[in-house]
Design a protein. Structure first.
Length: 192
């Protein structure tokens, strides 16, 4: 995907999400996601990334761009959203997104339930933007679902803050993590 094509798609989806009143990550959070995943998955082939709480696909677009630019072979993005109307909007939007190395699949469903059904140690990375009250459960599941050394990014690491239990769980399990201080914050954690 050419950079100019991405900029046009990003702007369109940002405006579409805003006009529909659908919450999305900020542009700066997209840059953080792109940078972290690009670096983590550089040269990967067959990588699988989850986007939990994808809404209309704005974060999915950033994830897809990172994989398109970093993967050496085909990689997969699985975007999970609870509301069917948002899944349909994302699927419709992605018909115009030209990706050569990335396959994007949208699933309508509860992100935690979908994550529970994923095979252990089958995920290379994940972006989590579900309700922050669910972060401790997601962190617990990620310890099994992510491959060793896998990366998970949690949105809303500052505003609204996730339960303290999230950080206690990560520390207790030996995860290495840092919070990138964007407006809402992105917690980047690496599985031991």
């Amino acid at each position: 995907m050419r950079e100019s094509d991405f900029r046009d798609l990003e702007l369109k989806l940002r405006l579409d999400s805003d006009s529909a009143g659908v919450s999305r990550i900020d542009f700066e959070d997209g840059l953080v996601i792109y940078s972290a995943l690009f670096t983590h998955l550089s040269g990967a082939s067959g990588a699988k990334v989850l986007d939990l709480g994808s809404a209309m696909g704005y974060s999915t677009l950033w994830i897809s761009k990172a994989l398109e630019d970093s993967c050496s072979g085909e990689c997969d993005v699985v975007a999970v959203e609870l509301r069917g109307d948002r899944v349909k909007a994302a699927q419709e939007f992605f018909r115009d997104v030209k990706l050569e190395k990335v396959k994007v699949t949208f699933i309508e469903g509860n992100a935690v339930n979908v994550l529970e059904g994923v095979d252990d140690e089958s995920i290379d990375a994940a972006f989590v933007d579900v309700h922050v009250s669910l972060y401790p459960r997601v962190a617990e599941l990620m310890l099994r679902k992510l491959k060793r050394g896998g990366l998970v990014l949690f949105h809303n690491a500052i505003r609204p803050p996730p339960p303290a239990e999230t950080f206690q769980q990560l520390s207790g399990a030996g995860w290495r993590y840092a919070v990138v201080p964007t407006l809402e914050g992105v917690l980047i954690a690496r599985r031991p």
